[in-house]
Design a protein around this ligand. Structure first.
Ligand SMILES: [Zn+2]
Length: 376
């Protein structure tokens, strides 16, 4: 079989510039790529035909921000937070200790388990960061595990400063031997630029070292409070500044002017019971917005892009169509990919069929597993 016609599509979302959303449509896949789409009645012949019975078909979700290489969980911490009880133990250090203690096989099995969950919910492209090893050995093996699962791997040695070293010494390690060991497995360099983590100058140093090693920059910015993260991302020509919860007008202008994608991660605000980022303000200013899960065991343990879409629509002022764009094409912009996140001719055939007649149902029916990749 070389060509497959998918027909009787009630609503087809392609993000093609001419016809981004079509009704009563069909689409042809050949050799893993979209070769034709249009009105169902005008579809060409194909070697095989699949009738989806009026369902909506959308591009697979592009989850541009996850921390899937970890061991253990922090459900007790979440329970305490949701119960209004103080919780002193561990935090991120709990995850670092569990990750260091896990074998490569255990880490890889955990990544595979989460990727299977993601795929079952319609995600077809995933970025994965390191950042729970924090030693040369543990960061490098975290990235080696991530690289087995995706091309979109990010070195985040500069996630948090370990207890046994000062910031300056740790930045030297991250930009020296750790970078050297990790760069072969990474496409991206990332830094957690925030009060209590890495400051503006330290973040610039990390990003510059990464760039010199051939890695492209992205930044954790302005999550916990106002700060220099977005400006550092703009200066560095980063692909994305992720979180963007606390922005001033200059930050919004910098994102709009430079084209740095604002990655919004509403699972974090949900899981930490914090105010959501203002997506409406960013979109109205012309900023490119991506939605991602930030899947991690501490602040956002969801692997569901549809859940993030529902939050973005309900809590962040996005329309259902804007949220879907940000979860697909926006994620592709964040990863500088033009082959995923859309279904125009030439795109990868990462098709997701909804058990629903339109994309609106993703937010209208939160928590219901409506999205599944088309399997051949
Ligand atoms: Zn993150």
């Amino acid at each position: 079989m070389t060509s497959l016609l998918i027909t009787n599509i009630g609503e087809l979302v392609t993000w093609d510039s001419e016809r981004p959303v079509l009704r009563d449509a069909a689409l042809v896949v050949e050799h893993g790529k979209v070769t034709w789409f249009g009105d169902r009645t005008k579809a060409p012949d194909a070697d095989a035909v699949r009738d989806v019975g009026g369902a909506a078909v959308i591009p697979g979700f592009v989850d541009s921000h996850t921390h899937l290489v970890f061991a253990g969980d922090r459900s007790a911490e979440f329970e305490a937070r949701m119960s209004g009880r103080p919780y002193e133990a561990g935090g991120i250090r709990t995850t670092v200790a569990a990750t260091r203690a896990a074998t490569d096989e255990q880490l890889a099995a955990n990544v595979a388990r989460h990727l299977a969950q993601m795929r079952a919910l319609g995600t077809t492209t995933v970025e994965i960061k390191s950042g729970y090893g924090l030693t040369v050995h543990d960061e490098a093996r975290s990235l080696a595990v991530a690289r087995q699962a995706t091309e979109e791997t990010t070195f985040l040695g500069a996630h948090v400063v370990p207890a046994d070293i000062d910031v300056a010494g740790y930045v030297d390690l991250v930009t020296g031997p750790m970078l050297e060991a990790c760069a072969p497995y990474a496409r991206w360099i990332d830094v957690f630029c925030e009060d209590g983590a890495f400051g503006a100058d330290e973040s610039r140093t990390v990003l510059a070292a990464g760039a010199a090693a051939g890695l492209q920059p992205r930044v954790h910015a302005n999550q916990l409070g106002p700060g220099p993260g977005v400006q550092v991302a703009a200066e560095a020509g980063a692909a994305a500044a992720d979180h963007c919860t606390h922005l001033d007008d200059a930050d919004v202008a910098a994102l709009a002017d430079t084209g740095v994608v604002a990655g919004l991660l509403p699972g974090v605000e949900f899981s930490t019971r914090s105010p959501y980022p203002d997506a409406r303000r960013l979109i109205d200013a012309g900023v490119t917005v991506a939605l991602a899960t930030d899947c991690n065991p501490g602040s956002s343990y969801t692997s569901s892009m549809p859940f993030c879409i529902a939050l973005a629509v309900r809590e962040m002022g996005m329309t259902p169509l804007e949220a879907l764009w940000s979860a697909t094409k926006g994620g592709a912009f964040s990863l500088r990919r033009d082959d995923v996140g859309h279904l125009a001719v030439g795109a990868k055939a990462d098709l997701v069929v909804l058990d629903a007649p339109s994309h609106v149902h993703l937010a209208y029916r939160p928590g219901v597993p409506l999205a599944a990749p088309l399997t051949s």
